[in-house]
Design a protein around this ligand. Structure first.
Ligand code: GNR
Ligand code: NI
Length: 167
């Protein structure tokens, strides 16, 4: 197992569109274990492969406080959206920045599990928000990019300032 390096916004590699996984095998399962370890260590409630510079459609999520309810989604697709929720989001690739994003409140998601078997899940609230946040990463989108260019420039300034004080 290994803890992977998480790309930091505004790294251009975060804008890569991830490719579908064509075969779920031991290599994919090893990556998923490393992604889960990286997410738990951060700590975060979700991680997309994009964030560790692997551009394949793989997401791990665990919103439990006990860190024992790992959800893995390979090649996820949202088939239904319902309602709206305005949730305060954060991102491991944009440390120290939090802000509200409008998402669907409930979704139905289809994906493959770690054995390559398809499953369908209905999610609401935080889990639904997190799935949508992670699927954006697979499309090369970071949550702050929903905001105005003006607000994004303030995010960049704050990240630079925080970086300086961390040195
Ligand atoms: O750890 C995370 N917390 C979080 C909080 C609200 C909405 C989304 C998230 S996902 C984030 C981890 C991350 O950056 N995943 O890409
Ligand atoms: Ni994120």
């Amino acid at each position: 197992m290994a803890i992977l390096k998480i790309l930091q916004y505004p790294d251009e590699r975060l804008h890569t569109i991830a490719a579908p996984v064509t075969q779920v095998g031991d290599k994919t399962r090893a990556l998923i274990r490393d992604m889960a370890e990286t997410m738990y260590a951060a700590p975060g409630i979700g991680l997309a492969a994009t964030q560790v510079d692997v551009h394949e459609r793989i997401i791990v999520i665990d919103i439990s406080e006990t860190h024992d309810q790992l959800n893995v989604f390979i090649n996820p697709e949202i088939t239904e959206y319902d309602g709206t929720i305005d949730y305060e989001e954060g991102c491991l690739s944009v440390p120290g920045i939090f802000g509200k994003i409008k998402r669907a409140e409930s979704i139905t998601v289809k994906a493959l599990d770690t054995e390559g078997n398809p499953f369908t899940l209905e999610a609401t609230g935080l889990l639904a928000v997190c799935i949508q946040h992670e699927m954006d990463h697979l499309e090369g989108k970071v949550f702050v990019e929903y905001w105005s260019k003006f607000k994004q420039s303030r995010v960049l300034a704050k990240l630079k300032k925080n970086q300086r004080s961390a040195m």
